[in-house]
Write a protein that binds this ligand. Structure first.
Ligand code: FRU
Length: 502
């Protein structure tokens, strides 16, 4: 009898098995997620032959973190996405216990793409060996392995997440390191810089250590995960994920925290910061952001909405866990602030819109905006703070008949926008907030993206973002707006129903 080859890999079979029992109550409609299983960091962002490719850390066998593979989705327009087969499964001895995070570049002369990633293996319980590996592909789907290209220094267990790019006629790469300081016997997070020839036998294979690009200024931060380093306007931005931070005030409230610093850099020169460190996003659920350049020169970024430290309710029961943020574009604003906006393409997801403004909400009253807002939606608000005397203006979303809701609150006292999950439903609660300021006309604009299990609030014109997973109970999800201790005037209020991206 003739045998038919099974076209599915073991990893893809794992996804198919879990997909069959996936519970969709919080499964995203407008965010990238795996069909089933666990995901974390975005990886290998690249544009090749007319398509965007987004890979991600993926356990195809369970909805908790586990044996890491690279999952894969692609899109021609950043709006409609297609699931692709799993791109990288552990294959080499050096990556026996996981194909960890990494990045991609398009090769010169249309030769396809190269990915640099971390191969992870356990030498003993709790003792890892992490090396940087190279693979190439002509179609972004099937990869050829070229093995280990950067070995760790002796006794450095945390040494990972290469981010590669081209400047002039060389490849550069940053990675996260945790060198031991002999002075105090402790590890301190650092970002290391390497470079390689653009062409020839050594290209992307033979890397020269250029030096320490950056050291975390915070003493207790011991590892810089997922560093990224990219030009923006006339500056360079370094972002990384600090392990070991402690909460202080409004900052560093999560277990680990993604932050950035803006400065100047040129090949052969030191990186000189011109700002302090700032959070990339103020929400409960934002980590491991990675950027890429779009063909028209914009700097795009995706982050992982999830957390290692705080278990998500879906990871126990629903057959999937973890999603990426909506794609965002970065710009350099006045005062070297990094502005983060949803990519402009996302307006194409708007299926139908409902214009509810301008309106005034009288002091200490509330106005219902929708008895049920099913599916995913974007709500645009322009709070006319120049003509409002309310102390707080609150948009209540995901409000279910049993009294659960999530609040997006402009609070005049603190001068901040809060995302309050105090009565949000399942999972971790708590509030996060970002600073805000009205524009020259006295307007504070908010764009709020609602998905079945998340809320993302873009504050001002890209000034700040707050991204959190939110798990409301089942049933209709109402939306309302309330004013406290004064009237609230809204110059604009629009609700857009969004199409699904897959
Ligand atoms: C960050 C991270 C990376 C690592 C990957 C493993 O979330 O810990 O440092 O490469 O996840 O999944």
């Amino acid at each position: 009898m003739q045998q038919t080859a099974d076209p599915l890999s073991a990893a893809d079979r794992g996804v198919v098995r879990m997909h069959a029992t996936r519970n969709d109550r919080w499964y995203p409609l407008v965010h990238i997620a795996a069909r089933a299983g666990w995901i974390n960091d975005p990886n290998g962002l690249v544009h090749l032959a007319g398509r965007y490719h987004v890979y991600f850390q993926h356990n195809p066998f369970g909805s908790q973190w586990g044996l890491m593979h690279w999952g894969h989705v692609s899109s021609a327009d950043l709006v409609h996405w297609r699931h692709e087969p799993i791109a990288l499964a552990p294959e080499l001895e050096a990556e026996r216990d996981g194909v960890f995070s990494g990045s991609a570049v398009a090769l010169p002369d249309h030769q396809g793409i190269a990915v640099l990633y971390t191969g992870h293996r356990w030498l003993a319980p709790g003792l890892a060996q992490q090396v940087q590996c190279l693979a190439t592909s002509t179609d972004a789907t099937t990869f050829v392995r070229h093995g280990v290209v950067i070995e760790p220094p002796e006794q450095m267990a945390d040494f990972r997440d290469p981010k590669v790019w081209r400047t002039g006629n060389r490849w550069y790469l940053v990675l996260g390191a945790s060198p031991l300081d002999p002075a105090d016997g402790r590890r301190h997070a650092a970002v290391w810089l390497y470079s390689s020839d653009l062409q020839g036998p050594g290209a992307l294979r033979s890397w020269r250590f250029e030096g320490v690009l950056y050291r975390s200024p915070i003493d207790e931060v011991f590892m810089a995960e997922c560093p990224d380093f990219f030009p923006l306007g006339d500056r360079w931005v370094l972002s990384y994920c600090a392990m070991g931070t402690r909460p202080h005030g409004y900052l560093d409230r999560n277990v680990n925290n993604a932050r950035y610093v803006v400065g100047d850099w040129a090949p052969g020169r030191a990186f000189t910061p011109v700002t302090g460190e700032l959070p990339c996003d103020w929400g409960h659920s934002y980590y491991a952001p990675q950027t890429m350049q779009s063909p028209d020169g914009r700097r795009l970024v995706w982050g992982w909405m999830g957390s290692f430290g705080r278990p998500e309710p879906v990871s126990q029961s629903d057959g999937w866990c973890g999603q990426l943020t909506v794609p965002r574009e970065l710009d350099l604003g006045p005062g070297d602030a990094v502005l983060t906006r949803p990519v402009r393409e996302l307006t194409a997801l708007r299926r139908s819109s409902c214009d509810l403004g301008p309106i005034t909400v009288a002091a200490n009253t509330e106005r219902s905006l929708a008895a049920d807002l099913p599916g995913a939606a974007e709500i645009e608000l322009a709070l006319d703070l120049a003509h409002s005397d309310a102390e707080r203006i609150t948009l209540a979303v995901h409000r279910t008949p049993d009294g659960h809701q999530t609040l997006v609150v402009w609070d005049g006292q603190s001068g901040r926008v809060h995302l309050d999950r105090g009565r949000s439903g399942a999972g971790d609660r708590g509030s996060r907030s970002a600073p805000c300021a009205p524009d020259a006309e006295g307007l504070l604009r908010l764009r709020v993206f609602l998905d079945l299990g998340s809320v993302e609030v873009f504050v001002g014109d890209g000034d700040q973002v707050i991204s959190s997973m939110v798990y409301p109970p089942q049933g209709p999800r109402a939306v309302a707006i309330c004013a406290e201790c004064g009237d609230a005037r809204l110059a604009a209020l629009r609700i857009h129903h969004l199409d699904a991206i897959f």
